[in-house]
Write a protein that binds this ligand. Structure first.
Ligand code: C2E
Ligand code: MG
Ligand code: MG
Length: 617
């Protein structure tokens, strides 16, 4: 063997214990380190790097090790090149001679330990047994073990075996997810990086699928983390099954070409498909995953359905680096969620622009309250029988100094998602109580209602406290405040809801169910709750009186609500015929453009004053 470097026999050695594990993965998702403890397998798989300026020593060591079953070697007699070779080849263990010209083995060790990617590679120092000082120094620098020179073959084999077994175990902890046994984010990104380099060489397109479970947090929150963990295990088993059958994308028999599944973190999984010469390959896999997920899961004697959203980024079209591809797959998945979940979405540049816009809006929205950009608009509630304005609904508005007025259907869902709706809603309650109390010196008292998001309603203690404090600090009587709740709360645990509603009602506050008819509450469960008013959703009123079905439904809702002692408000009334119909059916109040669009506080006062004057004339 020459004095020059003698590189690996295998063209591209990947960390061998990991390769062993990779094979074990294929057989079982929960492969253990025992597989790689099989001495002969481990020896055959491991790549050993040796650095010594004496070629004869390298040759002797290699001979000993070949006898012990090892056959992947990287050797060099040029210590200055060693570090670079470690970076490139990532061996499983490095044997370092200490005394070498120009740069010592300890220098190399020190450099290895200072690099994140090389930190964990074990290094065995070859030193004379009579040199305790060097040993101490090497230990401090992070040497894994020592070998006394001249090297004894059985001692060498033993040390090496122990070191490699320890590394395999450490790799397991470092690179695999403890719950599912799948490769973790660290290993996935590392392998992805290697795969992208290979793909570039052969000019091959590949794809990353980012799989995110829908509403998993809700499951974790309601059914507990143990249940969540068990579900994640079941999901991962199903994904492994899906991927195993993705022979259409992997080239059978070629290890390096196979798909790679990982648990990326939490409820996110990533899948790498190495060869997508036709885009449909990725589509087929995505569809197969969605189909597999659609089957109900049985976990801890409970059956449940969970869906997933999938974002797909293709290399090189959507990027050729690990970071870009992962980022783009994540953007695509959030778009899939926006589109209603349980679907897949390819990354597209426009998505990036949109996600940046959304991110900007989110950042602005976060500051909207402290920057005093929120205000309220008021829409009068008019008595059908008399035409008198007897109340108002307060509606949240956001005006950003640069972006202008942002439509409520854009920022309110965003505020819901970001959980900002809770502080916004609390602000609205205080603002309404303050204004309403002030108005009472100018107009006859009216009842002003505030919309309460279901998120806010579920923090019931906080809501009750807010309402109580707002009434007390402003001195407003409870009967002049109303809360509009969504119909969905009527389908939840009735005892808890009834308790909250009763407490609010005891303060004199009026409770309405908003957009009634759009949810799935049955008439019978209305009886259970202490409600004052139903607000019939605009969609039922749009086409009355012409649409006889809608007319019948609206008539029935009014009759039923009255039967249960509740008032009825019709929403979105724009035409006189609609109002005439409502008068016929004895509806109590209406809101809508026919009376007025939502207006700012001062205009609302003017409207009320005009209305009073008109009725008095
Ligand atoms: P909502 O509570 O059902 O409010 C009624 C919506 O109907 C308002 O839309 C109002 O402007 C609109 N509207 C009223 N009359 C007519 C009409 O004659 N024709 C038509 N086409 N529309 C009419 P807006 O202001 O865009 O609010 C939308 C939704 O945003 C509200 O629906 C409510 O669910 C939510 N929202 C508004 N303010 C708040 C708030 O302070 N907190 C919470 N949690 N949600 C709010
Ligand atoms: Mg409302
Ligand atoms: Mg409504």
């Amino acid at each position: 063997m020459s004095k020059q470097e003698n590189l690996a026999r295998k063209p591209e050695p990947v960390s061998a214990p990991m390769q062993a594990n990779r094979r074990a993965d294929k057989a079982s998702a929960s492969a253990t380190v025992d597989d790689s403890n099989d001495v002969s397998v481990m020896a055959a798989q491991s790549t050993i790097m040796m650095v010594d300026d004496e070629p004869i020593i390298l040759e002797t060591l290699q001979m000993f090790l070949e006898d012990a079953g090892y056959d992947n070697f990287i050797t060099t007699t040029e210590p200055k090149k060693a570090l670079n070779m470690v970076v490139l080849k990532k061996p499983d263990v490095v044997l370092l001679d200490v005394m070498m010209p120009e740069i010592t083995g300890l220098d190399i060790l020190k450099q290895m330990r200072s690099k994140e990617a090389l930190k964990h590679i074990p290094a065995i120092i070859l030193t004379s047994a009579t040199d305790p000082e060097t040993k101490l120094q090497a230990l401090e620098l992070g040497a894994t073990d020592f070998l006394a020179k001249p090297v004894d073959p059985s001692e060498l084999a033993l040390r090496l075996r122990n070191t490699l077994a320890a590394k395999a175990y450490q790799d397991r902890l470092l690179y695999y997810d403890g719950l599912t046994g799948l490769p973790n984010r660290r290993l996935f990104t590392r392998r992805l990086n290697d795969a992208l380099v290979r793909a570039k060489h052969v000019a091959q397109a590949c794809a990353i699928l980012h799989i995110d479970l829908d509403r998993f947090k809700q499951i974790n929150d309601t059914l507990g983390q143990n249940f969540g963990d068990a579900l994640l295990k079941a999901v991962s088993a199903r994904l492994i099954d899906c991927v195993r059958h993705s022979d259409l994308v992997g080239r059978p028999g070629n290890e390096e070409e196979e798909t790679e599944l990982s648990r990326f973190g939490g409820d996110e999984f990533t899948l790498f498909i190495p060869n997508v010469d036709r885009l449909e390959h990725a589509t087929l896999v995505a569809r197969r995953i969605l189909k597999a997920m659609a089957e109900p899961f049985r976990v801890n004697a409970r059956e449940l359905v969970i869906t997933a959203s999938i974002g797909i980024a293709v290399c090189p079209t959507d990027g050729d680096s690990v970071d870009t591809l992962l980022k783009h797959a994540a953007i695509a998945v959030s778009h899939a969620k926006e589109r209603g979940r349980n679907t897949y979405q390819y990354y597209a540049k426009e998505l990036n622009t949109r996600s940046i816009e959304r991110l900007t809006l989110e950042n602005h929205l976060r500051k909207a309250l402290e920057n005093r950009e929120l205000f309220l608009a008021f829409q009068p509630k008019t008595e059908v029988r008399t035409g008198r304005i007897i109340g108002a609904e307060a509606l949240l508005r956001w005006k950003h100094p640069k972006l202008g007025l942002i439509p409520p259907d854009e920022f309110i869902p965003l505020a819901e998602e970001m959980d900002l709706i809770v502080p916004f809603g609390e602000w609205a309650i205080y603002a309404v109580c303050t204004l309403s109390k002030r108005w009472q010196s100018q107009i006859d008292p009216v009842c002003v209602s505030v919309n309460v998001s279901s998120r806010q309603f579920h923090k019931s203690d906080r809501l009750m406290l807010t309402v109580r404090n707002a009434l007390e600090t402003t001195g407003l009587k409870g009967k002049y405040l109303g809360l509009e709740l969504t119909e969905s709360i009527l389908m939840e645990n009735p005892d808890e809801i009834v308790r909250t509603l009763k407490t609010i009602k005891d303060m004199g506050v009026k409770i309405s169910i908003d957009d009634f008819g759009t949810g799935y509450s049955s008439f019978s469960n209305l009886r259970t709750f202490p409600l004052d008013e139903l607000k019939i959703d605009r969609s039922f009123l749009n086409d009355i009186p012409d649409n006889t079905d809608d007319a019948a439904i609206v008539g029935a809702i009014i009759a039923m609500a009255h039967g249960l002692g509740m008032g009825v408000v019709a929403e979105g009334i724009e035409k006189q015929e609609q109002l005439d119909f409502l008068r016929d059916r004895d509806c109590d109040e209406y809101q809508g453009y026919l009376s007025s669009k939502p207006v700012i506080a001062s205009e609302f006062l003017t409207l009320v004053a005009k209305n009073m004057k008109k009725l008095a004339d």
